[in-house]
Ligand binder design. Structure first.
Ligand code: PEP
Ligand code: MG
Length: 596
């Protein structure tokens, strides 16, 4: 430990927000409060309850104050998290249970709260869903604030951070993050957190590089250490030597140049040299991402995932709220179109609200359209919101996880029912609204010819199609090596789906991650996809590659590839071809480590 100040160390974590920065570490101490365990006598019960209630009130007051202080619009958008904290502070279970424990076990407030939080944490640990598990952090953040107020320990004033520093913390709650002056923060590094933790989302939308989930960052980094954050690859270098620093500075320069250069393609059509046109759209999850999608050249929104609307709250989004959100997107992207997907959640995500048992196999359980068909009212509210918004532009509806004809017919018949109701109420909507099916279950791919007669378009969800076809859990790191988009089975499936769609005269798109990876572009072009939809950041590069390709050469590559028998052989052949054809994009060590 002694000589740590000057020893170079490399830590690997999760790349949460891209970019490379160098700066001095600023450690945010959020050391846990030591919780005193004390038994009390009968007359003290009321005193402890009063202390506890006062700490709750104080916590609320502090959070309200933070809310009022923040003026920057891009930060205010993330206010909902402060409201989540305030809601947790109103939670009857948390308050009543703690009071009950004080009374029945005759112990001090800190101890009682610690017991209740411990139980809540245990309950969270049994949840498999990554998003819900993240919410455990919210409860713990609130608990720490109450503990601190119980023992009278204050908080660092993060608003005073200065000097273009890299903030290093065990965890950063959005309440911490949004108090900072972003002009003074060059990057974030945390021990805890995943790609969809709030800090990760916030840093992405602010364009501040971040690496999270490093586990040991706060114990290995000292305040003032020189750090390099590589937000592409997910690495943090502590006290880099001169050579490493120079190498990173060069790399940053090169990436910036490439990014600037590639952004020129944003406004151009995605048309090959021999005149083959593919529509390149954006995948978004928040209306706030629209400007980014447009500035990066999205020719429409190819996938609007609606899950976020439902997940960050205790109640459900009303028809009115959904209508406003959908309308904002439809109008914002006009005259181009937006594909809005109906809710795609697994049964486990609604456990508390809907009382479904925990599923042993949630990926094969009550997910997506299955959930919507079971929770008809919820489904109808969403469809009403979509239909009403369709009166304001070009909106298409997409149903996720369709496994067969009966399911799509059922979904469509509910849509018809909702249309009839709106008509009877005299509410305007687009009567010719297009309806599509996600093809992401192998059964749907096999009967794509029959399904094609039921819908107006297909959107292939390769994330799930690969998971279900190759029988590998997409979030299990132990089998991730088997997640092979270029597996011959996957390529044959995509070919079959496109052929079936085209035979029926409908469009076929891909909206899974495969569409965003420039390595696969020639293959997808050869397979005949009409549209690709992806994270907006990838659009300019995909356009660039398409514009310097020809349909003819993609057909040739595909022919070669179909003669090979393993995913590895295909991958090697495709990578070699891409490196030869597009040396700038694939041989600078830039693309290969930049996924996601
Ligand atoms: C997919 O499965 O490819 C897809 C786009 O949907 P999601 O990742 O939301 O399941
Ligand atoms: Mg999917």
């Amino acid at each position: 430990m002694a000589n740590q100040q000057s020893t170079k160390q490399v830590l690997r974590g999760i790349a949460a927000s891209s970019g490379i920065v160098m700066g001095r570490a600023y450690l945010v101490h959020r050391g846990r409060v030591n919780i005193l365990h004390k038994t009390i006598e009968l007359p003290q019960i009321a005193v402890e309850i009063k202390r506890f209630k006062r700490a709750i009130e104080k916590s609320k007051h502090q959070l309200q104050e933070i809310k009022e202080k923040i003026l920057a619009e891009e930060v205010r958008r993330h206010f909902f998290i402060l409201d989540v904290y305030l809601m947790i502070l109103e939670d009857k279970m948390l308050i009543q249970d703690t009071i009950e424990v004080i009374k029945t076990r005759m112990i001090n407030a800190e101890w009682a709260l610690d017991i209740v939080i411990g139980k809540l944490n245990d309950a969270f640990d049994t949840i498999e869903d990554e998003y819900l598990r993240e919410r455990k952090n919210d409860v713990n953040y609130v608990a720490q604030r109450i503990f601190r107020n119980l023992v009278g320990r204050g908080y660092d004033d993060l608003a005073r951070i200065k000097g273009n520093v890299i903030v290093v913390a065990q965890d950063l709650s959005p309440a911490d993050t949004i108090q900072m002056n972003f002009n003074q923060v060059a990057g974030f590094v945390t021990d805890i957190g995943g790609r969809i933790s709030h800090t990760a989302i916030l840093s992405r939308s602010l364009g501040i590089p971040a690496v999270v989930g490093l586990e040991t960052a706060t114990s290995l980094i000292n305040g003032g250490d020189l750090l390099i954050i590589d937000g592409y690859g997910g690495t943090v270098i502590i006290n880099p030597d001169k050579e490493t620093s120079e190498e990173y500075i060069k790399r940053r320069k090169r990436i910036r140049l490439l990014e600037r250069e590639v952004l020129k393609y944003a406004a151009l059509p995605a048309e090959t040299r021999d005149g083959y046109r593919i529509r390149v759209g954006a995948n978004i999850e928040l209306a706030e991402e629209l400007p980014l999608a447009i500035s990066h050249g999205a020719e429409g929104i190819g996938l609007f995932r609606t899950e976020i609307l439902y997940l960050n709250r205790e109640d459900l989004p009303s028809e009115e709220e959904q209508f406003h959100t959908y309308r904002k997107i439809v109008e914002g992207i006009a005259p181009r179109s937006v594909v809005i997907r109906s809710l795609d959640v697994g049964g486990d995500k609604f456990l508390s609200k809907y009382g479904y048992d925990h599923e042993v196999n949630p990926a094969l359980g009550l997910r997506a359209i299955r959930f919507s068909l079971k929770e008809r009212n919820l489904f109808k509210i969403q469809l009403r919101g979509m239909l009403r918004a369709s009166a304001f532009g070009k909106l298409k509806i997409l149903f996720p996880m369709i496994s067969g004809i009966a399911e799509i017919r059922k979904a469509k018949s509910i849509l018809e029912e909702v249309k009839e109701e709106l008509k009877a109420e005299g509410v305007a909507f687009d009567e010719g609204i297009e309806v599509g099916a996600m093809i992401e279950i192998p059964s749907a791919s096999i009967i794509a010819d029959a399904l094609a007669n039921e819908v107006d378009f297909f959107s292939i969800g390769t994330n799930d199609l690969i998971q279900y076809a190759l029988a590998i859990d997409r979030i299990n790191e132990h089998v991730s090596y088997l997640y092979e988009p270029l597996h011959p089975a996957i390529l044959r499936m995509i070919r079959g789906i496109v052929e079936a769609g085209h035979q029926a005269g409908i469009e076929v798109a891909i909206c899974g991650e495969m569409a965003a990876d420039p390595v696969y572009i020639l293959i997808l072009l050869g397979l005949g996809l009409d549209a690709l939809s992806m994270n907006p950041f990838h659009i300019p590069r995909v356009k660039k590659i398409l514009r310097s390709s020809s349909y003819e050469e993609s057909k040739q590559l595909l022919e070669e590839v179909f003669r090979l028998s393993t995913a590895r052989e295909i991958e090697d052949s495709v990578k070699a071809k891409m490196a030869q054809r597009f040396p700038d994009d694939f041989t600078m060590g830039y693309h290969w480590d930049q996924k996601g």
